[in-house]
Write a protein that binds this ligand. Structure first.
Ligand SMILES: O=C(O)CCC(=O)C(=O)O
Length: 311
């Protein structure tokens, strides 16, 4: 149950290298996905007072949790609605939870990242002899929540340096064009640019958090204004599938505008063999001030980044 159902093919490797994203169909055992869904639900539906404080302090040991739909509803009162991360002309209903770094406090979730099917997949795609877990982010878009995950690139958010960073996006529901399909700008991992990190609440805004610096970072291109200029791939996906992207690939998702489809997924982040710690000035990670490593240090030096491959 813990191994992938099959090996990554040469064609999939080639696609990942060329496009910076690849869809691996039917690669996770369904009984593993069933268990994963239960664990994710436990996180999404628990009673908690964890909020976005960690984003401000960087000292959280319980990650951060934001109901983006709730925040957008509040912001609609005094912001230009067209700048907010919603589908046009929609008022979000229900929840749109973004839960960051749950694997740092949830031992069961962490165990599924460490001992499940993802590590050998990442080792194959990044051609790495060794892989460490970095962190995770869990996404739940309730029907009608209509909040997009705006276009962004992961590199400016993370406390890492290197090239072999891969992200596994693992859906536990059927995700359709209407229920929050993921989109990727193919080839953008090779543009050589690092973009200002999006704040996830507006379509183009960046974080206004104390201590962060975006000096030297690039402005995000206006992808939604000129979609024809970009090679945008949207992939519907469901239980058993994993979409893997390179950390420099631009990506985002549409809002869940469906009437009755719940859309839950985990983004599990891994570091391959050339990756080291880096206290990145633009990183809003809620745990950024807790790691205790120096720039250039091996990730093995921190308990929160366990070695996951070889097993
Ligand atoms: O599920 C989503 O909407 C966004 C996922 C994401 O940004 C990621 O996998 O890094």
């Amino acid at each position: 149950m813990n191994d992938p159902t099959r090996a990554v093919t040469d064609a999939e490797l080639e696609t990942y290298d060329r496009d910076g994203v690849v869809v691996l169909r039917d690669i996770c055992p369904l009984d593993w996905v069933d268990e994963f869904r239960v664990v994710l639900d436990g996180v999404f539906n628990r009673e908690t007072d964890v909020g976005r404080e960690g984003l401000v302090t960087g000292a959280s040991r319980a990650g951060s949790r934001v109901d983006v739909a709730e925040r957008v509803r509040q912001m609609m009162e005094n912001h230009d609605v067209s700048t907010l991360a919603t589908e046009p002309n929609r008022v979000p209903v229900g929840r749109n939870i973004v839960e960051t770094d749950a694997c740092s406090w949830h031992a069961g979730l962490r165990d599924m990242h460490v001992n499940g099917p993802l590590p050998p997949i990442v080792a194959a795609l990044t051609r790495s002899e060794r892989v460490n877990l970095y962190s995770d982010q869990l996404f739940m878009k309730e029907p009608g929540s209509s909040v997009r995950t705006p276009w962004h690139q992961d590199k400016p958010y993370w406390l890492l340096q290197g090239t072999k960073v891969a992200v596994c996006w693992v859906p536990v529901d059927e995700v359709t064009m209407e229920s929050g399909v993921m989109g990727y700008v193919a080839g953008s991992h090779r543009w050589g640019k690092v973009f200002k990190p999006n704040d996830f609440v507006t379509l183009k805004g960046t974080f206004k958090l104390p201590g962060l610096s975006f000096d030297g970072l690039d402005e995000l291109p206006a992808i939604d204004d000129h979609p024809e200029d970009f090679d945008i791939r949207r992939y519907e996906a469901g239980p058993g599938d994993v979409i893997v992207h390179h950390w420099m690939t631009l990506h985002g998702s549409l809002g869940n505008t469906s009437a009755d489809r719940l859309r839950r997924a985990a983004s599990v982040r891994f570091a391959g063999e050339d990756v080291t710690f880096y206290k990145r000035a633009s990183s809003p990670e809620p745990f950024r001030n807790t790691v205790g490593l120096q720039d250039g240090d091996d990730l093995d030096g921190a308990e929160r980044f366990p070695r996951v491959w070889p097993r």
